[in-house]
Write a protein that binds this ligand. Structure first.
Ligand code: C2O
Ligand code: CU
Ligand code: CU
Length: 509
């Protein structure tokens, strides 16, 4: 089967997300946005986190079995300060091994929380994390090989704020007042209203796509905001789904930060693309007092070509079709829209900055010229003949190691790459099929090109995930060591792909 046939097939199989039509569940959209507690984590003792088994009524009267850190679903926002050591004691009170990976944190491999650092029920892990990187929004989640998708799905994830006391942040930054975390996830519920994780063949191939939208663990919630500038810290914590976000009145907003920190200047846009595990900080002006909804089009398996990463760099508009898609209908930009959450403007007194500065205190390092090039091809199926192999492994199920990178499925006992500490490298990443958000542990990188096109550095900033649908290049340097016992990972952040073997590991010495 050829790529085009595959795309047609997948478009048909995934057509019209259920969330557009399904209104039968007793979901209560418009419940207030839950605001996670902030835990300031420094060198003091007493910063403890418990991974627990929970129950949450996402839908009233229908408790779902969940996982969380000190709460029944998701966890507190961990606030780390640059220059300090964040000391934590994480106890596993769930019923199987977990890890706690600090996604985007620049720390050595033995603290990274990768698959080798799994700890079992009733065990406690006590990492001491030296925090040294620009202020930004990161996240933490479990990373047990073969279990990551299910554990994150059930709730084992949370947000991290890295703050830098030496750099004045000129943007709204009163947590819960004019600065809000939005953890965006899609989930499915059975007819009784309980959360389910049923993959089916398409889900095993393309990754899970849920039929309802959750933000911070609530279904299509409502947030009351002051009538001024508000900062939203977006995290796509969905297992697989990518979003082409916009506001339903088409208002412009400004992207001010990406995965690794602030952009050099606010970037005006009306649409933003966010694939699994990407973050974007945006500033939205609510001074007109009008209620508005945050919506997305379904980007399907192609991952969309609307706003943000693609559209944003080509002029900040949603729409436009990618060369990758040839003459095919661009579902990403033209598909039906669904609601993620809504905003209502309150008459709370205005606090914080009411205008955006022309430039931001971004810290983009000069990585210099690469001394080496490495190539990575993300493979949808191993050995069994491309698409048919994927379909067969999808049909037989069982979450086997059917996907890979450079022709090999992930093996915890094999080191795939050896990188020298402090050297800048060019990594060329491509895909044999489908879009894949490619993530690298232990660093942030610059994106030089995406799908064969040069990108505008000023619009993209420092990243730790890159949305690959065609030949893409990143410039990367590793300043934190990782030994063979606790290597860093590179992988597709569609969690079902990662669990199926689309992951490799590398040392930094
Ligand atoms: Cu978000 Cu390897 O992880
Ligand atoms: Cu990570
Ligand atoms: Cu993938």
């Amino acid at each position: 089967m050829k790529r085009r046939q595959f795309l047609t097939l997948s478009a048909a199989a995934l057509a019209t997300p259920a969330l557009l039509s399904r209104r039968s569940l007793a979901a209560e959209p418009g419940t207030p946005l839950p605001l996670p507690q902030v835990m300031d984590v420094d060198a003091g003792n007493g910063n403890s986190l418990n991974a627990i088994l929970g129950q949450r009524e996402f839908i009233a009267g229908a408790p779902s079995n969940t996982l969380g850190y000190d709460q029944d679903y998701l966890g507190p926002v961990l606030r780390f300060k640059r220059g300090a050591t964040a000391r934590l004691a994480i106890t596993n009170r769930t019923d199987g091994p977990i890890t706690t990976h600090w996604h985007g944190l620049h720390i050595p491999g033995h603290l990274d929380g990768g698959p080798q650092l799994a700890f079992d029920t009733q065990e406690t892990w006590t990492p001491e994390l030296p925090i040294d990187q620009p202020a930004t929004t990161l996240w933490y989640h479990s990373h047990v090989h073969g279990k990551t998708a299910e554990q994150v799905y059930r709730g084992l994830a949370g947000l991290i704020l890295v703050e830098d006391p030496d750099i004045a942040d000129p943007l709204p930054r009163d947590y819960g007042q004019n600065d809000f975390p939005l953890i965006i996830q899609d989930r499915s519920f059975d007819s009784s209203g309980r959360m389910t994780y049923d993959l089916g063949m398409m889900g095993r191939m393309a990754g899970f796509q849920g039929s309802e939208m959750l933000v911070n663990g609530a279904i299509r919630p409502r947030l009351s905001v002051p009538a001024g500038l508000v900062r939203l810290r977006l995290l796509n914590a969905s297992n697989a789904r990518a979003y082409a976000l916009r506001f339903d009145d088409n208002r412009s907003f400004y992207q001010v930060g990406s995965d690794g920190g602030l952009l050099p200047a606010p970037v005006a846009m009306t649409g933003l693309h966010l694939s699994s595990s990407e973050r974007a900080e945006i500033v939205v002006d609510f001074s007109d007092g009008a209620p508005v909804r945050l919506v997305s089009t379904d980007t399907g398996m192609m991952g969309g070509t609307g706003g943000g990463m693609m559209g944003g760099m080509m002029g900040g508009s949603t729409g436009g079709s990618s060369s990758m898609m040839g003459g095919m209908t661009n579902r990403g930009a033209s598909g039906p829209e669904f609601e993620i959450m809504s905003f209502a403007v309150s008459d709370a007194p205005l606090k914080g900055p009411q205008s955006l500065p022309a430039t931001l205190p971004a810290q983009i390092p000069d990585l210099g010229q690469p001394v080496r090039t490495r190539d990575f091809t993300l493979n949808m199926s191993m050995g069994m003949g491309g698409m048919m192999g994927s379909m067969i492994s999808g049909l037989i199920g069982g979450g086997g190691q059917s996907m890979g990178i450079n022709g090999q499925s992930y093996d915890m006992g094999r080191i795939d790459q050896k990188v020298a500490l402090g050297e800048t490298e060019l990594w060329r990443i491509n895909t044999d099929m489908m879009m894949h958000p490619f993530h690298v542990h232990g660093t942030s990188f610059q994106v030089l090109s995406l799908q064969g096109k040069k990108v505008d550095q000023a619009r993209i900033g420092m990243k730790d995930v890159v949305h690959v649908m065609g030949p893409s290049e990143i410039l990367v340097r590793f300043d934190r060591p990782a030994a063979a016992e606790t290597p860093f990972m590179f992988h597709c952040h569609i969690l079902e792909h990662e669990d199926s073997g689309m992951m490799g590991q590398f040392t930094v010495t």
